[in-house]
Design a protein around this ligand. Sequence first.
Ligand SMILES: Nc1ncnc2c1ncn2[C@@H]1O[C@H](COP(=O)(O)OP(=O)(O)OP(=O)(O)O)[C@@H](O)[C@H]1O
Ligand SMILES: [Mg+2]
Length: 464
Amino acid sequence: MTLLWNRADLLAATSGRFPSPSHDDIAATGVSIDTRTLRPGDVFIALQGENSNGHDHVATALDTGAAAVIAHEPCGVDDPRILMVGNTLVAMQDMARFARARFAGRMVAVTGSVGKTSVKDMLRHALAACGPTHYAVASYNNHWGVPLTLARLPACAAYCVCEIGMNHPGEIRPLADMVRPDVAVVTTVASSHLGLMGSIDAIAREKAEILLALPQGGTGIVPAGITGTEYFRRNTAAVGATLWWTGVTPDCAVQATDVTSDAQGSGFNLSLPGWQGQARVNAPGRHMADNAMLALAAAHALGADMGHAVTGLATFHPGAGRGAIARVMHDKVMLLDESYNASPASVRAALDLLGLVATGRRVAILGDMLELGTFARHEHTSLLPAVRANADIVFCCGPNMKTLFDTLPSSIQGGWTSDSSQLAPLVRAALRAGDTVMVKGSLGSRMRHVVTALQADGARVGPA
Ligand SMILES: Nc1ncnc2c1ncn2[C@@H]1O[C@H](COP(=O)(O)OP(=O)(O)OP(=O)(O)O)[C@@H](O)[C@H]1O
Ligand SMILES: [Mg+2]
């Protein structure tokens, strides 16, 4: 296991102090903020959350074998492993900057309205085939997720892949400055979090902030035709970085041709500055081909061996809730699990995916898209054309999806309920052998209930 933190580095990074002196050094091999997943050898950082306080779990962390504990409140325990700091979140951010500064590998950051985790995971598959690669586990893209990822970064890794997110103005820049990417990818500008951001223009301006954290000679990678083109152009020019537009037209620095997508996956020919070749990813859907193009462009901009990167990319599969495809109900139904999250752009992509891969009846199960504020009604009802084009029967839940459900022709109205736990049995009863069912909704809409109900052992299709 790689040594991440010793006593001297913890002190230097955080300016804290160990109240109980010890001559033993510290040899931490991980960083944890949750004792339920803490492993012996981790540094435990006692963060103060809205509903929980890590300081309540210090004794557990020490008992579990934490190499050190970082705290800012008295913990009621006297242990030489406890490092006292002014504020534990600030200390974690300081550790992040320290770890970033000693990292000699290549850093890439991914932001965007949708597709961040998909591109991040494609990149980690591509880069892992080229050298030791550190990456954000899960969607660790906010004020604690980004510094936690960096605090865990081994100095000797060749590559690091960070995800940067936002739902309020002003969030991207400080995180991007902490990450200091050599290459920055913006996946999309779309109406996710529109309620909190106010306009698509404001979202584009915020995403473009990531480019200001690039060094001179760094590379920004952005899809051509994105909203707010000028912000992306202006910000890369401001720092002396290079901007690669990705797309299908010859004027794009990163150009994909012969893009194909079927139920098995997506493929394309790719032309990059200084490299040309074919690529394939085990993820159906045009949006996944777009994501793969961004990932390979980033790998190339980082200087990775593209032969290995293409081979590594081919080992990527969409994760649970992000487009994973499985057979359920005794193999009789195909399930597209898109239940992790939803925004207008990703619901459209998921509906297109349903239309692309379905073999029998196309069944769409849609839960509310959240954080759209006063735009919610319009954003839900504007899904109508995509729904009509790709679904034969539609089940909805939640007050926002009611507005869409009521506009559907009665011939495709499967049913509406106020929440997903009520919807699950309705959907199960309606499914027939040969159906393809796609489940999507914001995390808060808990569409996972429907997925779990379809995956349950006893779930059988009704009579055809
Ligand atoms: N380029 C894309 N365009 C539209 N939808 C996409 C795109 N990439 C992924 N999606 C879909 O959007 C959903 C979220 O994908 P993903 O987790 O990769 O995004 P994210 O930006 O990391 O989301 P979050 O903000 O929740 O972390 C998934 O259902 C996925 O299939
Ligand atoms: Mg994510």
